[in-house]
Design a protein around this ligand. Sequence first.
Ligand code: HEC
Ligand code: HEC
Ligand code: HEC
Ligand code: HEC
Length: 104
Amino acid sequence: MNRSLLALMMAFGLNVAANATLAEQHVEMNDGCETCHAEGAPSADGSYEVEQCKACHGEMAEMEGIHPKHDGLLECSDCHQPHEQDTAAEVSCDSCHDDGRKAQ
Ligand code: HEC
Ligand code: HEC
Ligand code: HEC
Ligand code: HEC
């Protein structure tokens, strides 16, 4: 393959990854939509999806940062909306706390 074409493809690939949503990132690294959805289709109440999050990442009580404070109170998808957020997106606290707090 032509080297400049290869460089172009690599640059394009990196660019796609940097702008990927959380869902797209997970689709690429695992088994497609079935990484989170049974048979690739969303469940009615989202509980199947959250069980998949926990199976890989663990319970909030054992996670770092802001997670333990919300253990037993929230689900992953209250803060991480995989189809709406880029991987680099900062989770907003404002939808629930009105004192301007942020994750450190
Ligand atoms: C990282 C886990 C994850 C992956 C991978 C994922 N989804 Fe989802 N999806 C969710 C969650 C969680 C919801 C619940 C709504 C939300 O919070 O965005 C959802 C919701 C949906 C919905 C309901 C409409 C909506 O956007 O809220 C559809 C349709 C959907 N997903 C399709 C897909 C398809 C098709 C794929 C593969 C290309 C996929 N999902 C990959 C986690 C995932
Ligand atoms: C099959 C295992 C698996 C499932 C299911 C899964 N993840 Fe992940 N997730 C990973 C891996 C591997 C990474 C990359 C390494 C890391 O950051 O832990 C990752 C990364 C992430 C990141 C960091 C993204 C970044 O690049 O900064 C978030 C946030 C995340 N996952 C949330 C979720 C949520 C929410 C769900 C459920 C809707 C979920 N994950 C389901 C394996 C999984
Ligand atoms: C209160 C909102 C909130 C909830 C609920 C939440 N997260 Fe997070 N998550 C964050 C924030 C904010 C960050 C950025 C780093 C930090 O401050 O902890 C983050 C970062 C992450 C990361 C990447 C960094 C790391 O700690 O590994 C993963 C993976 C992740 N969350 C997965 C999950 C999973 C899985 C759940 C459900 C079991 C969950 N989160 C529930 C807010 C939340
Ligand atoms: C989906 C709603 C929701 C989001 C988003 C959310 N929280 Fe919370 N948080 C709660 C609830 C509910 C509690 C428990 C009741 C309380 O103490 O306010 C709580 C409690 C806390 C606590 C422990 C009690 C206190 O007030 O000191 C801290 C610290 C905290 N949240 C920080 C954050 C930060 C930082 C973010 C953004 C990264 C965030 N939260 C996002 C709902 C949320």
